[in-house]
Design a protein around this ligand. Structure first.
Ligand code: ADP
Ligand code: MG
Length: 264
């Protein structure tokens, strides 16, 4: 059974893109066939793992220009690294900003991404969608297309601010558009050993209970350097604390996604 996971939080800079790239890579390392969908017009997932930022056709072409989905899926294989043979991407760039507006007047505008992903879903084990820092139509499309949403929270002041809006959106989508949508978990990112971080963790646990992943992603400069080489942390700095943490969270994700059905 394939699963689609949106990584979402309407706040920017909380670790969505970093999580999509590194969780995706780490899942591929486990032998799973993984598709990354860059649904953020900033295209940071695209540039952070590939050189496909200017590639066309892209997600915009499939959403708005009716280019077939098969044509916008690119292999991240480089002929050297075996893990990358399991990794695929639907790239994006600033073109996609137009989709946020053009979708408004379309029929079934909230269902466009689901419509196209459903055609290829079963070709992958897991599809990870990076969503933009807003609760606009692109994020709604991501959530409607997904089985799960993973919510990164930065261990900083105001981490939970705006979260009730996100949860309200998730609940509305569940009620009206996608009753399967489940919160996979809340991932605490950019953790450092401070009193403030500890307070954020406690607050998140009070609010989300056992939905909070046990693994904390530490603040690690290697994680912020890797994208400029278009590499995952496992390629750029495999022994870093960031790599170790993303390996751990991968285990938790596999456990939560496949616990009911067992890994195939
Ligand atoms: P979002 O996609 O939510 O906007 P990003 O994943 O792009 O967030 O992260 C925001 C910035 O912080 C980026 O420059 C990224 O490289 C950096 N970053 C993300 N996670 C970490 C971390 N654990 N430690 C240090 N820097 C991080
Ligand atoms: Mg991002």
């Amino acid at each position: 059974m394939s699963k689609i996971i949106s990584v979402a939080n309407q706040k920017g800079g909380v670790g969505k893109t970093t999580t999509v790239i590194n969780l995706g890579y780490s899942l591929a390392e486990q032998g799973m066939k993984i598709l990354l969908v860059d649904a953020d017009p900033q295209g940071n997932t695209t540039s952070g793992i590939s050189n496909l930022k200017n590639q066309k056709p892209n997600l915009y072409s499939a959403l708005i220009e009716e280019v077939s989905i098969e044509k916008v899926i690119y292999s991240l294989g480089d002929g050297k690294n075996k893990v990358r043979e399991n990794l695929f991407i639907i790239p994006s760039n600033i073109d996609l900003a137009g989709a946020e507006i053009e979708l408004v007047s379309m029929l079934f505008r909230e269902l466009k991404l689901k419509e196209i992903l459903d055609k290829i879903k079963e070709n992958f084990d897991i599809i990870l969608i990076d969503s933009p820092p807003s609760l606009g139509l692109l994020t709604v499309n991501s959530l409607v297309a997904s089985d799960y949403v993973l919510i990164p929270l930065q261990c900083e002041y105001y981490a939970l601010e705006g979260i009730s809006q996100l949860l309200k959106t998730i609940n509305l989508i569940r009620k009206n558009l996608n009753q399967n949508l489940e919160i996979l978990g809340v991932l605490l990112t950019m953790y450092s050993r401070t009193t403030l971080a500890q307070q954020v963790i406690e607050e998140a646990q009070k609010y989300f209970k056992d939905k909070v992943f046990k693994t904390l992603i530490p603040r690690n400069v290697r994680l912020s350097e890797a994208p400029s080489y278009s590499q995952s942390i496992f390629e750029y700095a495999p022994d870093s604390s960031g790599a170790e943490a993303y390996r751990e969270i991968t285990k938790e994700v596999i456990q939560r996604v496949f616990s009911k059905e067992g890994l195939r």
